[in-house]
Design a protein around this ligand. Structure first.
Ligand code: NAD
Ligand code: HSO
Ligand code: ZN
Length: 431
C-alpha cells in the first residue's frame, strides 16, 4: 500500500506512479488470443469443444451440449433458495426500473428552411452478453447485462458463461431465467467472444458484445471490435473513497476491501483530509482482512495497488479524483452532494456514509459494468444506449430543397463532386 501526502515534496512523482501503475496487461495475451480467435473462425464448434476442455477442464460430449436447455434453466430456478430468488427478483425489478428511465425519445426537428429533420433510435438485432465465470460466478452481472438489452428491445440475447470443471452455477441460470434469456452457451474466454463475433455451426453471430471479463476476454473484445460492436474494455475493479474525519475507519476499511476482494489486480484508494483517518485506516484494513474469506486476494490487491492519500483540503481531493477517474467513487463527507458536484470523472458515484458501493453492485438500479483504468475520462457505464443506435433522417419537399440546395451545390462543386451538385441542381432548375 502506498502512503502519499500532498504536503510532501515527492507527492507528484508518487501520484504519477499510481496513475501509471499497470495492474493487468492485455498486451501480454494478445498473441494467444489472436490464435484462439483464428482457431474458432477456422474450426468452429470443434475449436470450442477443444478449447473448453483445455481452459475450462470440461469436455462436452458434442456441440449440442454447449447450449443450456430450457429444462436446465427451469430446474435451476426451482433449486434456488426462495429467499435468494426473491433477492434476485428485487434486484431485477430495480435494475429494470432504472434502465427504463434511460430510454431516449426519438427526435423531430422542424426547420425554418422547410426541411424536417429527425433522429430515430433502434435496438441492435442480436446481442452477446459475456458473464464471467472463471474464478467466481456473477449472477448479478447477468442481470446488469441482460436487463438493459431487453429494455432496449434487442430481439436475440445470447449469454456466454464458462462452466469450469463442468459445474453450472444455478443462480447464474436462474438470473438468465428471471431476465428472460433463453439462449445460454457454456463457453468462456476468448473462444466465447470469437464464437459470438464470427459464429460457428451452432452459434449464430451477434451484432454487439458486452460484459466484463479477464484479460483474455478483454483482449478478445478488442480484437473482434469492428466485426461487432463492443461496450468497452473493462479491466480489474477499482474504488476511490473520499472520507473526512467524521467517518468510521472500520467502515472505510471494509468499503476498500469490498473492491479489493474481486481480484489481486483490483485497486482501492482512500483520499482524506484527516491525518487521524489516514493513520487509522491501514490498521483497520488489517483487522478486516483477518476476517475475510478472500483475504489472500484482497490483501494482495491492497499491498500491490492500494493507497492512502492525505490532502490539505477537498479542492485538492476533487482534483486528484478527476485525475484518477475511478470506476467507483464513494463520497463519505459531511456534504457529499457538494463535493460530488466538484468532480467530473467517475464511472459511478455513491454518496454519503449510508451508501456503500456494494449496494450498487446488486440492487440499487444503475449498472455495475463500469469503465475502469481511468477510462471514465471518456467512457460511461453499461446502459440501454449500448444496445441502441441512431438513424438520423431528413425529409424534404420542393420548397425545402430550393431553399437549402444552392448552398449544397456550391459546396459540392468546391469539392469537385459534380454528380453530387447536379443531383440537387437538376431538381431545382439550377445549372
Ligand atoms: N466490471 C464488472 O462489472 C465485473 C463484474 C464481474 C467480474 N468482473 C471481473 O471480471 C474478471 C473475471 O475473470 P475470471 O477469470 O474469473 O473469469 P472469465 O470468465 O473472465 O475468464 C475465464 C476464462 O478465461 C480463459 N482463460 C483462463 N486462462 C487462460 C489461458 N491461460 N489461456 C487462454 N484462456 C484462458 C478461459 O477460457 C476461461 O473460460 C475479474 O477480473 C473480475 O473482477 C468485473
Ligand atoms: N464491483 C463489480 C464491478 O466492478 C461488480 C460486482 C459483481 N458482483 C459484485 N460486484
Ligand atoms: Zn463488486
Amino acid at each position: 500500500m502506498k502512503r502519499l501526502d500532498t504536503r510532501e515534496a515527492g507527492f507528484e512523482a508518487g501520484f504519477a506512479a499510481l496513475l501509471d501503475m499497470a495492474r493487468e496487461t492485455t498486451a501480454s495475451v494478445d498473441g494467444a488470443v489472436a490464435a484462439i480467435i483464428g482457431r474458432v473462425r477456422a474450426e468452429g464448434d470443434a475449436a470450442l469443444l477443444d478449447l473448453t476442455a483445455r481452459f475450462d477442464r470440461w469436455r462436452p460430449a458434442s456441440a449440442a451440449a454447449l447450449r443450456v436447455t430450457a429444462e436446465e434453466i427451469a430446474d435451476a430456478i426451482a433449486s434456488v433458495d426462495p429467499a435468494l430468488m426473491e433477492a434476485l427478483d428485487t434486484a431485477a425489478t430495480r435494475i429494470e426500473t432504472f434502465h427504463r428511465a434511460q430510454m431516449p425519445a426519438d427526435v423531430t426537428v422542424p426547420d425554418p428552411a422547410g426541411l424536417t429533420l429527425g433522429m430515430r433510435w433502434n435496438a441492435v438485432d442480436a446481442a452477446g452478453l459475456y458473464v464471467p465465470g472463471g474464478k467466481a460466478a456473477y449472477p448479478s452481472s447477468v442481470l446488469m447485462n441482460a436487463i438493459p438489452a431487453r429494455v432496449a428491445g434487442v430481439e436475440r440475447v445470447a449469454v456466454a458463461v464458462p462452466t469450469p470443471d463442468g459445474e453450472i452455477n444455478p443462480l447464474v441460470l436462474a438470473a438468465c431465467g428471471r431476465a428472460g434469456v433463453t439462449e445460454v452457451w457454456r463457453i468462456g474466454g476468448a473462444q466465447a467472444i470469437a464464437a459470438l463475433a464470427w459464429g460457428t455451426e451452432s452459434i449464430a453471430p451477434v451484432d454487439k458484445i458486452t460484459g466484463p471479463g479477464n484479460a483474455y476476454v478483454a483482449e478478445a473484445k478488442r480484437q473482434v471490435f469492428g466485426r461487432v460492436g463492443i461496450d468497452s474494455i473493462a479491466g480489474p475493479s477499482e474504488v476511490v473513497v473520499l472520507a473526512d474525519g467524521g467517518q468510521d475507519p472500520a467502515r472505510v476499511a471494509m468499503d476498500l476491501m469490498a473492491q479489493a476482494e474481486h481480484d489481486e489486480a483490483a485497486q482501492s484508494i482512500l483520499i482524506t483530509d484527516s491525518p487521524a483517518l489516514a493513520d487509522a485506516v491501514p490498521g483497520a484494513v488489517e483487522t478486516v482482512l483477518a476476517s475475510l474469506p478472500r483475504a489472500a486476494i484482497a490483501g494482495e490487491s491492497w499491498r500491490r495497488h492500494g493507497a492512502v492519500i492525505l490532502v490539505r483540503d477537498w479542492t485538492e481531493g476533487a482534483a486528484l479524483t478527476d485525475r484518477l477517474a475511478p470506476e467507483h467513487l464513494q463520497v463519505m463527507v459531511a456534504d457529499p452532494q457538494a463535493l460530488f458536484a466538484r468532480i467530473r470523472h467517475a464511472g459511478a458515484a455513491f454518496l454519503g456514509p449510508w451508501c456503500p458501493e456494494a449496494l450498487g453492485d446488486y440492487v440499487a438500479g444503475p449498472n455495475h459494468v463500469l469503465p475502469t483504468g481511468r477510462t471514465a475520462r471518456f467512457a460511461s457505464g453499461l446502459s440501454v444506449f449500448d444496445f441502441l443506435k441512431r438513424t438520423t433522417w431528413i425529409a424534404a419537399e420542393e420548397a425545402g430543397l430550393r431553399a437549402t440546395g444552392p448552398a449544397a451545390v456550391a459546396l459540392a462543386r468546391a469539392e469537385g463532386l459534380e454528380a453530387h451538385a447536379r443531383s440537387i441542381a437538376g431538381r431545382i432548375g439550377m445549372r
